[in-house]
Design a protein around this ligand. Sequence first.
Ligand SMILES: NC(=O)c1ccc[n+]([C@@H]2O[C@H](COP(=O)([O-])OP(=O)(O)OC[C@H]3O[C@@H](n4cnc5c(N)ncnc54)[C@H](OP(=O)(O)O)[C@@H]3O)[C@@H](O)[C@H]2O)c1
Length: 228
Amino acid sequence: MNTVLITGANRGLGYEFVKQYSQKGFNVIACCRNIIEAKDLKELLENSNNIRIYELDVGDIKKIKNLSLELQDKKIDVLINNAGIYRSSTVGNINYDEWIESFRINTIAPYQIVENFLDQIINSDLKKVISITSKMGSIDDNTSGGSYIYRSSKTALNSMMRSLTHDLKNQGIATLTLHPGWVRTDMGGPGGWIDSFESVQGMIKQIDKLTLKNSGNYLDYAGKSINW
Ligand SMILES: NC(=O)c1ccc[n+]([C@@H]2O[C@H](COP(=O)([O-])OP(=O)(O)OC[C@H]3O[C@@H](n4cnc5c(N)ncnc54)[C@H](OP(=O)(O)O)[C@@H]3O)[C@@H](O)[C@H]2O)c1
């Protein structure tokens, strides 16, 4: 049986990933910041025997290292860096602490998670590393400006993933950088074009198709390529 690790698994897209991968028969390592408050996730756990919940604040490197140690004997076939934050920013109205925090959560944490779980990924069968980015991280697609904090943190995430694609290829690891679409979650808001189910169903299809040969793509949930 294959295993998937998902960060930010208590709500939004992360929660939907847990649901759909569990239904697909994967062992699911569902990571969330606060287990006590993860009510929906715990409810899901009651009706399935292939989900385990672990506490992980991705902004805390000590917690990443401790969890990796706790899971050192596990194989991780698919690692999904999903946890992310959006902090609004316009010219003249930027909170620099929030900018640093966004880089920590959206850019640096995904790298640290891959680095610290590398052995478990290498020991697995599928060897896939996924990061949930945004089309807002595309420099090519930025025709409207604004969102300095979020855009730059996701552009840097994309760049980090591009380097990982090259650096991990020799170890048989494939990478995919995915835009979920504009989704009706807490982050996406009620005006989003699609719901979590459709987004995650599409993203899992793209992850299923990922091989070493097509590694390194930047795609949306429907498989459409996005210019960097
Ligand atoms: N929704 C969209 O339209 C959209 C579009 C493009 C990209 N994305 C990306 O898709 C991903 C998921 O977004 P979403 O829409 O599901 O957002 P969401 O509903 O706001 O959920 C965000 C998730 O990230 C977790 N998280 C935030 N900071 C964390 C930390 N320090 N440690 C651990 N977990 C943390 C949250 O946990 P808590 O509950 O503890 O805060 C929550 O589980 C993000 O990377 C986002 O940038 C979303």
